[in-house]
Write a protein that binds this ligand. Structure first.
Ligand SMILES: [Zn+2]
Length: 111
């Protein structure tokens, strides 16, 4: 997730203040629906998967580290895009998981 978007989300979840580009009632309600899926837990932004389950929201600069743990590192070492996506979604959230996994596997020098 882009850092700017991450910060706007955190700001809203904490303060319920709209960012300046949300002006109309319609934009407000669309935004509310979207952010209702996010919560702050232990100081971290999380995405509600089901009613109880939350997954940690990942910022853009953290994606490589996650890929490393799940795919490159021997303890992870999941090879197929499908299983990598599944493993990531069990614990983490960002919008482009599938595309990023596909790209990572395609460009991986190890396999
Ligand atoms: Zn690889």
């Amino acid at each position: 997730m882009e850092e700017s978007k991450y910060l706007v989300l955190v700001q809203y979840v904490i303060n319920q203040t709209y960012s300046k580009w949300i002006k109309t009632k319609e934009e407000q309600s669309r935004w509310k629906t979207k952010v209702s899926k996010f919560v702050i837990e232990e100081g971290l932004l999380k995405h509600k998967k089901k009613k109880v389950d939350c997954t940690l929201v990942i910022q853009k600069h953290q994606v490589q580290a996650i890929m490393y743990m799940i795919h490159d590192h021997p303890l992870g070492a999941y090879r197929g895009v499908g299983i990598i996506v599944q493993k990531i979604r069990e614990r983490y959230y960002w919008e482009t998981v599938y595309q990023d996994c596909k790209e990572h596997v395609k460009t991986c020098r190890e396999c």
